[in-house]
Design a protein around this ligand. Structure first.
Ligand SMILES: [Zn+2]
Length: 156
């Protein structure tokens, strides 16, 4: 396992802009909008590099998540980041989805979008309970079950 070395550090420090609050990544992003950088032919999340550089505790890249306290996927400010488990990561996303749905849909209708269904499946694969998913998306548990068993939205 390779440690973060000076070369990686100097490349890392050239790839973001420090503003008052967030440090915004200016370089490549993955499909989810998170900063990425290549190290030895591997694609590594910029948030992981940030935590490794600033905490001096390099961790195996794949077994943990870097969680944001701000809501900015491009942010690599180590004071906005902490290590967490996959499960905490899923939990955080669930809370954010719940909030954005509360503010976004005042009419209380429970129509799901394609993106919702993708997210529901992913959250479920990360051990989020059906009940919590139903609460978050304001649908019946049976709707969630049907999605998971491909009786609904089987094309997703
Ligand atoms: Zn931030």
């Amino acid at each position: 396992m390779r440690l973060i070395d000076d070369d990686v550090k100097s490349r890392f420090f050239r790839k973001f802009t420090i503003t008052d609050d967030c440090w915004t990544w200016n370089a490549a992003l993955n499909s989810h909008g998170y900063g990425i950088m290549r190290i030895d032919g591997k694609t590594v999340l910029a948030t992981h590099i940030s935590l490794a550089v600033f905490e001096f505790q390099y961790k195996e890249y794949d077994w943990q998540c870097a969680l944001h306290s701000c809501d900015n996927t491009k942010c690599v400010n180590p004071s906005h980041l902490r290590w967490g488990t996959q499960k905490e990561n899923a939990r955080d996303r669930l809370d954010r989805n719940r909030q954005s749905r509360m503010y976004g849909e005042s009419n209380g209708r429970s129509k799901l979008t394609y993106d919702d269904v993708v997210e529901i499946k992913r959250l479920h694969s990360e051990d989020v309970k059906v009940k919590d998913l139903a609460d978050c998306y304001n649908v019946n548990k049976s709707t969630i079950y049907k999605i998971l068993h491909r009786e609904l939205w089987s094309e997703v």
